[in-house]
Design a protein around this ligand. Sequence first.
Ligand code: AMP
Length: 443
Amino acid sequence: MLFTSLGLSDPILKAIQETGYTKPTPIQAKAIPLVLEGKDVLAAAQTGTGKTAGFTLPLLERMVQAQKTQAKGKRQVKALILTPTRELAAQILENVQMYAKYLPYKSTVVFGGVNINKQINTLKQGVDILVATPGRLLDLASQKHVDLSKVEVLVLDEADRMLDMGFIHDMKKVVKLIPKKRQTLLFSATFSKEIKALAAGFQTNPSLVEVAAQNKTADRIDQLVHPVDKKRKKDLLVKLINDGQWKQVLVFTRTKHGANKLCEHLEQQGIKSAAIHGNKSQGARTKALANFKSNDVRVLVATDIAARGIDIDMLPHVVNFELPNVPEDYVHRIGRTGRAGREGEAVSLVCVDENDYLRGIERLISQKIKKEVVEGFEVDPSIKAEPINQGGGRGRRGGNQKPSGNRNNTNRNASSTDGEKKRSNSRNRNRKRSRNRQSSKEA
Ligand code: AMP
């Protein structure tokens, strides 16, 4: 199939041509015609499948078609794209602007962690397409800086992640501000029970689209486990980077503190690195990401939430310096490499404390990951498993306990300012009350 057979207008086709994409990815081939027909779509697509273009291209096309019959007036938000994190929101806006390059629409992004006034000013000037995280959007709406009453298309991207992060009430509030008669596109990594319930509340008779088997890791990612003692992980990482002459590596740690410490160590070893996590200001995060993308920084050390939404073309190496305590996060993490069908390598450094996490991951992906001991880094069999420190000083879990695999047990608070902070605190309190809290993850 070619993009030209999808019924997209010339300005959109021209923009696609400039990106260098030759043909639609499977999610695009399936979703674009349905969205063009005006249907609600519930899509399960992994990260890296090209889902952003899967909803943005037809959304733009529908705006082009609608414009032909609508009278010209003040710009109003016609399309709203909700996403869980700031990084993802910024990334989506970049994509929207790239695909809409030859169209007259204005788009912008709003998220917390940065000054609200600039966003208010941009909104005042009129916007057609708005990308937003829920907290900041609600702040702006409650202060009457944004009017959502003319929204025709609502996209909930990474809806599973928004649920995990406790955004359900915010999502419901946002939906109340949008006309009932609308098109709703819901994207999630998987069709979980919770996602189906969400779809039932927000969508009308949605068409289901699924491109990869649930929870299967992308085929083209080579996965490898290096068993290693915890204390020797950082030396092994330095060796892998140096011996393999890796130029661009995304490394995941479980905690913010761990990310900082590892970053310092790599710098001491002469490897240019930057850390990206929730304690860093938005400016610092954006700078770190930009430097990493431009190859000024060789290693980006990230926690799960901070890394969500990172989209770097041809990212060749992902390293799990520590395994995630939530198996699904492994799939998300390694989805950062091998994007849109390219080849990639995901290496996990696994110490004895993490063997249960590894088993949980292998169960989820229904696959045994190849193990390879690196010479000189053989595991000391006398070291016994110890409880794993999840960071954050609370909710610690013993390493000998089974990973729950319950994504709702994690603290995925990515919001950090203004009303978002209050809301997220209350979300956290509610969640704490309502569940048997075991683990806490920070980003
Ligand atoms: P996404 O899943 O939307 O985050 O997209 C993952 C990556 O795939 C991004 O780097 C896109 O630029 C890229 N991409 C999207 N559509 C295509 C396509 N049809 N062909 C090749 N790459 C694509």
